[in-house]
Design a protein around this ligand. Structure first.
Ligand code: FES
Ligand code: FES
Length: 166
């Protein structure tokens, strides 16, 4: 069956098998930036934003997402124009194997959109569902604290975080 979704700002028709989860369907349709770890809703690797809220894409069917606005990490920045959250993760050495990072960056971005000045506790709560086997979480927390300041500065300058190369 075909399912219509808005993915990273563009309407797309994706192929999905009956009952297929959103993460698998997105990956099969080219969105391999969505990662699958546990495939059971417990590691956070498959986190995407659904209408702005972090959701584990393996925990919902593609059919249930019909008509929703989905953002993957590809909606944020590009390699040459990173989103402030991505830039802060790089600058703070908060990335090791990288497998959890797309989901963690999306959870952090959603937090900062809603709460531009989070406490460390807020940050730890926001990434609580994003399991990371490598970093010990301290560097990602520091990166997200720094990203909050970067996004403030960008907003004060009237800029838009990340975005496509133009
Ligand atoms: S793969 Fe979806 S939460 Fe682990
Ligand atoms: S960087 Fe390896 S799992 Fe998080």
């Amino acid at each position: 069956m075909q399912i219509e979704l808005e993915i990273n700002g563009s309407v797309e028709l994706i192929d999905a098998v009956e009952g297929e989860d959103l993460a698998a369907a997105l990956r099969r349709n080219g969105h391999t930036e969505v990662k699958c770890g546990c495939d059971g809703g417990s590691c956070g690797a498959s986190t995407v934003l659904v209408d702005g809220d972090p959701e584990m894409a393996c925990g919902m069917t593609a059919a249930d997402a019909e008509g929703e606005s989905i953002e993957t990490v590809a909606a944020l920045g590009t390699q040459s124009d990173l989103h402030p959250v991505q830039e802060a993760f790089v600058d703070h050495f908060a990335v090791q194997c990288g497998f959890c990072i797309p989901g963690m960056v999306l959870s952090a971005t959603a937090l900062l959109e809603e709460n531009p000045d989070p406490t460390e506790e807020d940050i730890r709560a926001a990434i609580d569902d994003n399991v990371c086997r490598c970093t010990g979480y301290q560097k990602p927390v520091e990166a997200i604290q720094d990203a909050a300041g970067r996004m403030d500065t960008l907003a004060a300058d009237g800029g838009v975080p990340g975005g496509a190369d133009e």
